[in-house]
Design a protein around this ligand. Structure first.
Ligand SMILES: *Cc1c(COP(=O)(O)O)cnc(C)c1O
Length: 385
């Protein structure tokens, strides 16, 4: 036998999802992280405590979630928030008054609204650009530009942004880059390793995965960014309660398995839609015909559970079809185990009507769940008719 000590193996994604930050609890050996439903913590002497003093500042259930999310994104730290928008708000609070932000021209509508209609009061200026071409980002950067906000795949048209190309443009200009990784989840795409400074999640979606909790998170590597964001998290107080943190942590355990099935089901549906005579166009990055397919192949493990398409009958046909599905539920949101269907312009994207982010009126968006694929396809078949 050799005396050589094998180098420690880096645990795989599926192992981290189940174990990172989740040691059995020392009190009773509980295998599941307890829900520390408390607002405050006993101190032995003034200032002498086990690392927790008040639950807005810290909670062990939340710490477990933050540690797990950091591991899943390959980051050094994670911070959990009460919603994806509370996480976005914390990042926006890093900016000085009068800063300029370059934002993808089809970011999540709520992100656009936050910058355009809340942080406009702090004199934050926005330049929405098509980030599929990194040169558009370079041209938009000015002296006061402090942030480049990337989202990929985008919502609801599933455009793909080349993360290494755009984060490199930001880095060269000394500008912070953020990737909203909600649609891909860390199982499919890890932006920090591709050059991003920060990753944002609405954990409401794939990480939570069961349509039963609203939450958000930020993950990064730079300790000074952690310090500034943790200060905002505590000062502004947009933190998740312990039960919400626990639900997200529980969801994360099965993320890998779910994303595999979401991706397989979405691919099968996209291929089925493409050949349907009443379907005019299909957006899915897994299709070879998708303009971002090659970039998606480079930076994603597979292509995710979101599909959008237009019918030949336009808006009227779209509204008829979405009211007729039986397994796909007509609802906003995405990323849960159950399949959802919606018309973005009339539902999720109402807030961007009349802005550069407005999607086509007849576009239908699917959040493909993990049900039996034959049932999903026959449901769509009868609804499209
Ligand atoms: C839902 C969503 C958000 C906002 O998250 P909430 O949890 O609803 O606040 C941000 N970005 C993307 C891509 C989303 O889908």
């Amino acid at each position: 036998m050799s005396d050589e000590i094998a180098p420690p193996r880096k645990p795989g994604f599926d192992t981290l999802a189940i174990h990172a930050g989740q040691e059995p609890d020392p009190t009773a050996g509980a295998v599941a992280v307890p829900i520390f439903q408390t607002s405050t913590y006993a101190q032995e002497a003034v200032g002498k405590h086990k690392g927790y003093d008040y639950a807005r500042t810290g909670n062990p259930t939340r710490t477990a979630l933050e540690t797990c999310l950091a591991a899943l994104e390959g980051g050094a730290w994670g911070l959990a928030f009460a919603s994806g928008m509370a996480a976005a708000d914390a990042i926006a609070h890093l900016l000085e008054a009068g800063s300029h932000v370059v934002i993808a021209d089809d970011v999540y509508g709520g992100t656009y609204r936050l910058f355009a209609r809340v942080f406009d009061r702090a004199g934050i200026e926005l330049s929405p650009v098509d980030m599929r071409d990194g040169r558009n980002v370079k041209r938009a950067i000015r002296k006061r530009t402090k942030l480049v906000w990337i989202e990929t795949p985008t919502n609801p048209t599933l455009k793909i942004v080349d993360i290494p190309a755009v984060t490199e443009v930001a880095r060269a200009a000394g500008v912070l880059s953020v990737v909203d990784n909600t649609f891909a989840s860390p199982y499919l795409q890890q932006p920090l390793g591709l050059g991003a400074d920060l990753v944002l999640h609405s954990t409401t979606k794939y990480i939570g995965g069961h349509s039963d909790v609203v939450g958000g998170a930020i993950v990064g590597t730079d300790p000074s960014l952690r310090e500034r964001l943790a200060f905002v998290q505590n000062a502004a107080g947009g933190v998740p309660g312990p039960f919400d943190a626990w639900l997200v942590l529980r969801g994360a355990k099965t993320l890998a398995l779910r994303m595999e099935r979401h991706s397989d089901n979405a691919m099968a549906i996209a291929e089925w839609l493409v050949q349907h005579p009443k379907v005019a166009s299909v957006n899915y990055p897994g299709l070879v015909s998708h303009p971002g397919h090659d970039v998606a192949r480079r930076q994603m493990r597979s292509f995710g559970g979101m599909v959008s398409f237009e019918l030949t009958g336009g808006e009227a046909a779209a509204k008829r079809a979405v009211a007729r599905t039986r397994i796909f539920t007509l609802a906003e949101s995405l990323g849960g185990v159950e399949s959802l269907i919606e018309v973005p312009l009339s539902m999720t994207h109402g807030s961007v009507r009349g802005t550069p982010l407005e999607p086509p009126a007849g576009l239908i968006r699917l959040s493909v769940g993990i049900e039996s694929i034959d049932d999903l396809i026959s449901d769509l078949a009868q609804a499209i008719g």
